[in-house]
Design a protein around this ligand. Structure first.
Ligand code: NBP
Length: 474
């Protein structure tokens, strides 16, 4: 018997993906650089399905039916290239190498192009949901060729999360499209987490609520339009009491947020595309600020208000819910705009509604809310911004006053709320009839003769700032 699919790289993610395939009745070939992990998997979970373990790459490849489907689940970066170099010579035309790690989409584009020359399909695939998702059904975002999806798609759809029987897996687009979308998913995840953290901070510092009380507030929110995995786990984390000290868990954790890099990649890519993903950027920078104890210690005595508990007014809780929802809409609107911009830039032809669809379960940002995003793009696939879709327009209109009150309260009370504040600034930037960008054009023309356009006639113009200040056609 030959295996339908193989997995090389059997650390926590690879092991759980392999088990997921096997639990769905697929015969799974197993390989890992060090054989120990392969043996361990078969010893511990061999009863869950049919596995064909191999110590040597050649035997692993030989154990697969053709066209071969080899999932690579190793540490992203050099390890991925090492594995590709090892396996590509052993594969034959039409075989598929599926990189399910968190690769940068530019690496995926490079690898895909190189392997295409050798007649191999390289399928850069985003997988979200952590170890639990990998085992029980992740959200899967495969890139690569259409042909590869025809052969591979059914297997991936089979092991993915499902919503009303529909798989959280779809062919995203060619070459790096899958990894790009996974990257933006993670960027949105950063923004979502930052916004939730700001909501907690305000409820605690200004609202005067304890972590346990805030856990209850979040539990309540989880039943409403904010219902999502991230809100749910936030309530769990806030409820947690440290066994050693009896203090709230959140108070014994060092307040320096770490990051592995996908948020940063999202912002870097957005800068290249010229898409303002301010929500994601603020969340990456907020983590960086928190993670700089030297500067924080030096600046700890800077003057400013100290928040007074109970100063937020009777409606604070409802206000924060509104601010959180509106800011979240902005963050998602920006992320989807980035996906649309990249799709146009790289010719990926990504259907944004389908991305919202496959994020509804399995992944970290899974939420009820994504249904509305899917509907918005289904209605108008070229929607210029989620904010102008009816549902979201209604939501941000309704949140207006509360959102502004929360940002003002945060500023007055000295609570950093870069996510809420920048989301509101973005919103006001979009709706402005005139922006001070006109002045910036004037400054640019003054010092660099960069020219400007006029509101009343076509063409490019320059003012002779150093002389008579008369205008010339550029
Ligand atoms: P790790 O990222 O910790 O990688 C460990 C695996 O890489 C082991 O199988 C190891 O083999 C193999 N490996 C390394 Br390291 N260098 C290698 C090389 N030069 N040649 C061959 N194999 C090599 O594993 P993970 O946490 O399971 O994550 C796997 C991938 O999934 C990563 O790209 C990660 O970013 C991504 N991802 C992770 C999560 C998550 O929640 N952890 C979620 C979504 C995606 P060895 O056993 O011989 O050392």
């Amino acid at each position: 018997e030959k295996a339908q699919i193989g997995v090389t790289g059997l650390a926590v993610m690879g092991r759980n993906l392999a088990r997921n395939f096997a639990r769905h009745g697929h015969t799974v070939a197993l390989h890992n650089r060090s054989y120990g992990r392969t043996k361990e998997l078969v010893e511990a979970y061999g009863h869950e399905g049919t596995f064909i373990p191999s110590e040597r790459a050649e035997d692993f490849v030989a154990s697969l039916e053709r066209p071969r489907r080899v999932v690579i689940m190793v540490k992203a970066g050099k390890a991925t290239d090492a594995v590709i170099d090892e396996f590509a010579p052993l594969l034959e035309e039409g075989d598929m190498l599926i990189d399910a790690g968190n690769a940068h989409f530019a690496d995926t584009r490079r690898r895909e192009a190189a392997l295409k020359e050798r007649g191999l399909h390289f399928v850069g695939t985003g997988v979200s949901g952590g170890e639990e998702g990998a085992l029980h059904g992740p959200s899967i975002m495969p890139g690569g060729s259409k042909e590869s999806y025809e052969s591979l798609g059914p297997l991936l759809e089979d092991i993915s999360a499902k919503v009303d029987g529909e798989p959280c897996c779809v062919h995203v687009g060619p070459d790096g499209a899958g990894h790009f979308v996974k990257m933006v998913h993670n960027g949105i995840e950063y923004a979502d987490m930052q916004l939730i953290a700001e909501a907690y901070d305000l409820l605690r510092s200004v609202g005067g609520h304890s972590p346990a009380e805030i856990a209850e507030i979040f539990k309540g929110w989880n039943e409403g339009r904010l219902g999502s995995y991230l809100i749910e786990i936030t309530a769990e984390v806030l409820k947690q009491i440290d066994a050693e000290t009896g203090k709230p868990f959140v108070d014994i954790v060092v307040d320096q947020a770490e990051q592995k890099g996908t948020g940063r990649w999202t912002v870097q890519a957005a800068l290249d595309l010229g898409v303002p993903v301010s929500g994601i950027a603020e969340s990456v920078f907020a983590r960086a600020l928190s993670g700089d104890p030297k500067v924080r210690a030096a600046a700890a005595d800077l003057p400013g208000p100290t928040a007074t508990a109970g100063s937020g007014g009777a409606d604070l809780q409802a206000d924060v819910e509104q601010a959180l929802f509106a800011s979240k809409i902005v963050a998602y609107a920006q992320g989807f705009q980035q996906i649309q911009a990249a799709s146009a830039e790289y010719g990926w032809d990504i259907d944004p509604g389908q991305m919202a669809k496959i994020w509804r379960d399995g992944c970290i940002i899974r939420a009820k809310f994504l249904d509305f995003i899917k509907q918005a793009f289904d209605k108008s696939p070229d929607l210029p911004s989620l904010l102008v879709d009816e549902y979201f327009l209604d939501a941000v209109s309704g949140a207006q006053e509360a959102w502004r009150r929360v940002v003002a309260t945060a500023a007055q009370q000295g609570i950093p709320a870069p996510g809420f504040a920048s989301a509101l600034a973005y919103y006001d930037g979009l709706r402005a009839k005139r922006l001070p960008a006109a002045l910036i054009q004037g400054q640019r023309d003054f010092f660099g003769a960069h020219t400007y356009r006029r509101v009343d006639k076509d063409g490019a113009f320059h003012t002779m700032w150093g002389a008579e200040r008369n205008e010339v056609s550029a």
